[in-house]
Design a protein around this ligand. Structure first.
Ligand code: NAD
Length: 386
C-alpha cells in the first residue's frame, strides 16, 4: 500500500511554547497577522497574552474572536472578511479544534475559490493557503498537527470533513500550560476524543508502520494521564501527558484515518449540536464492540497498551476487557448516554436517525473501519448508544 505522511514543518512543544509565536511569524515572513480565536479565549485573557507577543515582535494584527464551538461556514466567511480587511498574510489560530479548524479554512479560502464545500472530502484543494501558526488550548483534537478541517455546511446541516495537506498548519506551538484551565467535563470529553483518535488510527484499514507507534503511544498516554487530569485540573504532569497524547493522536489519525466512531459522531454534532468530544465518547464502547471481529489482535493490543488486562491474556478475553474498560472509563468520567446529552430528544432522534446513518456512511470514514457496516447496522448502533 502506498501512503502519504504529512505533519507541520515545525512543532515546538513544552510549557511556555506559545510565547514563541512572534518569532515564528517573523521567520515565516509574515507582515500582517489575523488572530483567529473564540469568545472564551478573549474573556479569559489568553488571547491578550498572544497579542502582547505580536506587539513585541512589531507585527500589525487584527483579532477575529467569533468562532463558535463546532464552527460553521458562516464563521469562516466572517473570518475571511476580517483577513481581507487587514490584508493579512498569516494567521494565528488559538483555541480548541474549533478556532484551529476555522483558521485553516480561512487560510485556504484566502488563496482558493469559494465555496468551502468544494473541498469536502479528500485532496481537493488546488493551492496552498496563507501560513497558519496553531496554538491548541484543549487536549484535544490534535488539529494543530492535522491536514483535516471540520466545518458545518449550514445549508445542508452536514459537518464537512476536508482532508488535504494544504489544511496543515505550518507551525504548531504546543503549550500544555494553556490547558490547565479546562474544567473536568471538557477534559473528559476531549480526552476520550484523543483516545478515539489513537484507537481508530490503530485499527483503521489505512494504518501504516509510520502511524502505529504514534497511535499506541497516544493510547498509552491517555490511559496514564486522563483520569488524573480530570480529577486534578492543575496537575502539570497529567496535562502535559494529555497534550502530547492529543498531538500524537492527531498525527496518527490524519495519516492513517479515523473510522466508524468519527463517521457516526459528526451527524450527532450537526443535528443535535452535541460537542464533538462528547459525541465520540458516547459512541466509543458500542462501536468498539461491533468492530472487534474485524481486528481482534489489534483491539487486544489496545487493551494491553491501556493496561486493562495482563500482557499474556488471550486475544478474545483481552477484546472483552477492552469493551468493559471503555464502558467503565465513561462511567468514571461521568460521560452520559447519547439520550442524556443536552438537546437530544427521543422523538427527534427517531425521525433523523436514518439520515444520520446515511450521512455517516457518506463521509467515507466508516469504510476504514475493521468491520464496514450497512446502514441498518449504523442505525442499530445509534440506538444502542442512546
Ligand atoms: P472547541 O474548540 O469547540 O472548544 C470547546 C469549548 O471549550 C469552547 O467553549 C472553548 O472556548 C472552550 N475551551 C477551549 N480551551 C479551553 C481551556 N483551555 N480552558 C477552558 N475552556 C476552553 O473544542 P475541541 O473539542 O477542541 O474542538 C472541537 C472541534 O474540532 C469540532 O468541530 C471537531 O469536529 C473538530 N475536530 C477537528 C479535528 C481536526 O483534525 N481538524 C480533529 C478532531 C476534531
Amino acid at each position: 500500500m502506498v501512503s502519504q505522511f504529512n505533519v507541520p514543518a515545525t512543532i515546538i512543544s513544552g510549557g511556555g511554547a506559545s510565547q514563541d509565536v512572534g518569532r515564528q511569524l517573523l521567520r515565516l515572513g509574515a507582515t500582517r497577522v489575523l488572530l483567529v480565536t473564540d469568545a472564551f479565549m478573549i474573556a479569559s485573557g489568553v488571547a491578550e497574552k498572544v497579542t502582547a507577543e505580536l506587539e513585541r515582535s512589531g507585527l500589525p494584527f487584527a483579532v477575529f474572536g467569533g468562532v463558535q464551538p463546532d464552527p460553521t461556514d458562516a464563521d469562516v466567511r466572517e473570518g475571511l472578511a476580517a483577513l481581507r480587511r487587514l490584508q493579512g498574510d498569516a494567521i494565528v489560530a488559538l483555541g480548541g479544534g474549533s478556532p484551529i479548524d476555522a483558521a485553516k479554512a480561512i487560510a485556504v479560502l484566502a488563496k482558493n475559490p469559494e465555496p468551502l464545500s468544494l473541498y469536502q472530502g479528500y485532496h481537493k484543494v488546488p493551492l496552498a493557503g496563507v501560513p497558519v501558526v496553531a496554538i491548541p488550548t484543549t487536549a484535544g483534537t490534535g488539529s494543530e498537527v492535522t491536514k483535516v478541517a471540520v466545518i458545518t455546511d449550514t445549508a445542508r446541516d452536514v459537518k464537512m470533513m476536508m482532508l488535504d495537506r494544504h489544511f496543515l498548519p505550518t507551525v504548531a506551538l504546543i503549550d500544555f500550560e494553556l490547558t490547565l484551565s479546562m474544567p473536568p467535563a471538557l477534559t473528559a470529553h476531549v480526552g476520550v476524543d484523543t483516545l478515539t483518535h489513537g484507537i481508530e488510527a490503530y485499527v483503521s484499514s489505512k494504518a501504516t508502520a509510520l502511524t502505529d507507534p504514534l497511535a499506541l503511544t497516544c493510547i498509552r498516554l491517555v490511559a496514564e494521564h486522563l483520569e488524573t487530569a480530570w480529577r486534578e485540573p492543575s496537575n502539570r504532569a497529567a496535562r502535559e501527558g494529555m497534550m502530547l497524547a492529543a498531538t500524537l493522536g492527531g498525527m496518527a489519525f490524519a495519516n492513517s484515518s479515523v473510522a466508524l466512531v468519527h463517521g457516526m459522531s459528526r451527524p450527532i454534532g450537526a443535528v443535535f449540536h452535541v460537542p464533538h468530544g462528547l459525541s465520540n465518547a458516547v459512541l466509543l464502547p458500542a462501536v468498539t464492540r461491533f468492530s472487534l471481529s474485524g481486528a481482534k489482535e489489534r483491539y487486544a493490543t489496545v487493551a494491553k497498551t491501556m493496561r486493562l488486562c495482563s500482557s499474556d491474556l488471550g486475544t478474545e478475553p483481552a477484546c472483552e476487557a477492552l469493551v468493559t474498560g471503555l464502558v467503565e472509563l465513561n462511567r468514571r468520567l461521568n460521560v452520559p448516554r447519547l439520550g442524556e446529552c443536552r438537546g437530544v430528544e427521543r422523538a427527534r432522534f427517531d425521525s433523523v436517525v436514518a439520515k444520520m446513518a446515511e450521512d455517516a456512511l457518506a463521509s467515507g470514514s466508516p469504510q476504514n473501519n475493521p468491520v464496514v457496516p450497512a446502514a441498518d447496522q449504523v442505525i442499530e448502533l445509534y440506538r444502542q448508544a442512546f
